[in-house]
Design a binder for this molecule. Structure first.
Ligand code: ME8
Length: 693
């Protein structure tokens, strides 16, 4: 097995200010790097800045400084972002670093000597922002230039790399290595692109136009084209460690990129490597796009999400670490996602405070009061509930390993959080606070605390790549970070460790707003807790309402009004559901959205497409549809306090007519009582009195 892991992020343009998008790719790289280190692998993690090109030259001129002075200042902002986010990169490469410059020249010389580069005249539309020419097919297919783009018509003599001659070889590479470009719809996009003839690549700019670049070693009147320079950073990155040492790292295990730079990475880059006789990277992972409150981010809208602002705003609630966790939790790798303060609050309150923080404070308190702060030993024989929890921890570790191998980081986190919920349920069912009152049950109490502490240790280790500083602190409170070696196996937490008490590590952001919760002010809302048994036969209890998250969506092939949604329903699995909302919601707008699903309806076929459930929505008097937006985790069920939950299978739709759900104060209610999912109310923008069905 290859136990070497080399991961890269794009090198960012220094002209931009670091924002959530750069933070995301960098944190993703960091999480993968830390995860592999945890598994005992040798890791190299590379990030950096892309500093040559026309835009930089122009910006420097405007700022009245030399290009080098300019990039020294601007690239510092990205290193600052790295410090803020706690990135563990082994090198921060800059394309102005002398070792990089000389390596780029070596490769250019080699390609020139091999006849892979030729000189020719060229005329075309040049995109200043992207530092590239538009090809004729780009323009024919409407791929540019867009209305905001700065383009110039340019005619000049330049050097070209024979990229077109590698078209067949590249197609073969893609066909024979189905995991080379992930996710698979991005691979298909590249294969589609390669069905058109592939032209050669202009790799130079005359110095008369652009001097801020790396000189061609075989013609000093030219500098190299910005992508040719930039992409080679991945090979030069680990090299300043002595050359033999640096070469040991290439090929990279994975290049992390956003979907915007898919073509440069999966077409330009591999053909350049083929030309130079350098092996190809093992994988390329293109992730989706961050937006803000559902809108595209842009400077003109003033909605660009700044990691420094977010960290400062939530400084008392995990700050940059909570932001890292949020980024990884909320974006399904490959798909687009949106930042919102509500989303941050939800993650801080539900995942961090309620799930993780709650376990930590419950255990610390019981160990402090029951055992003078010294953790009792883990018994060799475990009772039923304890061995179930151990088995759960072991299976979660295995599943997280699987998901991480596939870069499905948000799935790995969901799996990890299911362990947190299992520990909380274990604590609720074994009730150590009750055991502590009965001296005859001291052994039971010791077992519960030892088992839950060990499960908590495993949970914290699984979370450590996401929140390294917070988790180190949590492990310190549990007696020391040496709990980490051995790491993911069960049973490593030594007994006799002194637990420390103190302020909660993951405080709640706000007091619960929900009326049902504020009725019990001292109590933490219980996420995923079973509803109290009270009214045994209310038909509401027969319906299995679940929070579902849309994984993908498409138009129904035979019905204009329907969308076909693929839903993640957490522990209740994946579902396909047809929903009659297409008049108002496009397929794309649904991806990533959370909905309320009736999960136990009898299956139906709608115009030939199977539907395994029904989505709830409210209508307003104008006939507009308003979807319900539950905040709980996928799979959490909706309850009404005082009503028994007893869903069966194959529910008939008539059951839903036996009671009425409606909207009041922007929330879903049943006879005036709030319906809760994952412990909080279910939001809906329909006006008061609108019926939900
Ligand atoms: O393209 N959502 O640099 P760049 C998600 N220098 N990710 C985003 C994002 C968003 N809204 N905005 C930016 C360049 N990113 C070249 C790369 S590599 C050899 C040269 C992230 O500063 C994402 O990773 O425009 C994207 O690919 C990258 O920043 C682009 O950074």
């Amino acid at each position: 097995m290859n136990t070497r892991f080399y991961v890269t992020t794009p090198i960012y343009y220094v002209n931009d200010v670091p924002h959530i998008g750069h933070s995301y790719t960098s944190v993703l790289g960091d999480v993968l790097a830390r995860w592999h280190r945890l598994l005992g692998h040798e890791v190299f993690f590379l990030t950096g800045t892309d500093e040559h090109g026309q835009k930089v030259q122009e910006a420097a001129q405007k700022a009245g400084r030399t290009p080098k002075e300019h990039v020294d200042a601007t690239s510092e902002r990205f290193r600052e972002m790295g410090r803020l986010l706690g990135l563990s990169n082994d090198r921060f490469i800059r394309t102005t670093d002398p070792d990089h410059v000389s390596y780029v020249q070596d490769v250019l010389q080699k390609l020139w000597d091999k006849g892979e580069i030729y000189k020719s005249a060229y005329k075309g539309l040049y995109n200043v922002r992207d530092e590239r020419f538009y090809s004729e097919s780009d323009i024919r297919e409407g791929r540019g230039p867009g209305p905001d783009e700065v383009v110039e018509e340019v005619e000049e003599v330049n050097y070209f790399f024979k990229m077109g001659s590698y078209q067949e070889k590249l197609l073969e590479q893609i066909q024979q290595n189905p995991d080379w470009i992930v996710p698979d719809f991005r691979r298909n996009e590249v294969s589609g692109f390669l069905r058109q003839p592939l032209g050669d690549l202009c790799i130079s700019r005359p110095k008369s136009r652009l001097s801020w670049g790396i000189e061609l070693p075989f013609d000093r009147e030219f500098v190299t084209y910005v992508w040719f320079d930039a992409l080679l950073n991945y090979v030069t990155g680990p090299i300043p460690t002595p050359p033999a040492e640096g070469e040991r790292w290439w090929p990279a295990s994975v290049h992390l990129i956003g979907k915007d730079i898919l073509t440069t990475h999966s077409v330009y880059w591999p053909t350049m490597l083929m030309g130079a006789g350098i092996p190809l990277p093992r994988q390329i992972l293109a992730h989706g796009w961050w937006m803000a409150d559902g809108q595209k981010m842009s400077k003109s809208l003033g909605n660009v999400v700044d990691p420094f602002d977010v960290a400062a705003k939530y400084a008392d609630f995990g700050g940059a670490e909570a932001f890292r966790f949020f980024l990884m939790r909320e974006m399904v790798v490959g798909q687009d996602s949106s930042y919102s303060d509500a989303g941050m609050t939800k993650v801080i309150n539900n995942d961090l405070a309620n799930d993780v923080g709650n376990i930590l404070s419950r255990i610390r308190k019981q160990v402090a009061t029951g055992f003078d702060g010294v953790l009792p030993a883990l018994p060799t024989e475990l009772s039923g509930a304890s061995s179930e929890l151990r088995d759960k921890a072991v299976s979660v570790v295995a599943e997280v390993e699987n998901q991480m191998r596939l870069f499905r980081v948000s799935h790995a986190l969901e799996e990890t959080m299911s362990l947190a919920r299992a520990i909380n349920s274990y604590l609720e069912s074994t009730a150590p606070w009750k055991l502590a009152k009965d001296p005859a049950r001291r052994d039971e109490l010791a077992e519960v605390l030892a088992v839950s502490s060990e499960a908590l240790r495993v949970l914290l280790v699984l979370l450590s790549p996401y929140m390294p500083r917070k988790i180190a602190e949590a492990l310190r409170l549990m007696g020391g970070e040496e709990a980490l070696p051995g790491k993911l196996a069960w049973g490593l937490l030594p007994s006799g460790r002194a637990f420390q008490d103190g302020a909660p590590l993951f405080p709640r952001l706000m007091p619960p707003k929900d009326p049902a919760q504020s009725a019990n002010p001292g109590k933490q809302p219980k996420v995923h807790a079973a509803p109290p048994a009270a009214e045994p036969n209310h038909p509401f209890g027969k319906v299995d309402y679940r929070v579902a998250k849309v994984v993908s969506a498409e138009d129904h092939p035979g019905a204009e009004k329907l969308l076909v949604l693929q839903l993640d329903v957490g522990e209740a699995g994946q579902r396909q559901v047809c929903a009659g909302i297409r008049s108002q919601y496009s397929a794309e707008s649904m991806v990533g959205r959370k909905l309320l699903l009736v999960a136990n309806l009898k299956k139906a076929k709608l115009r030939g497409v199977e539907s395994q459930g029904m989505i709830l929505a409210a209508d307003d008097p104008e006939g507009r549809i308003h979807l319900l937006s539950p905040e709980g985790e996928p799979g959490s069920f909706a309850v009404v306090e005082g009503l028994d939950r007893m869903p069966g299978q194959n529910l008939l739709i008539d059951t839903l007519d036996a009671f009425e759900l409606s909207i009041s104060g922007g929330r879903l209610v049943l006879d005036g009582k709030p319906v809760l999912a994952g412990g909080v109310g279910i939001l809906c923008q329909a006006p008061d009195g609108a019926k939900a069905h």
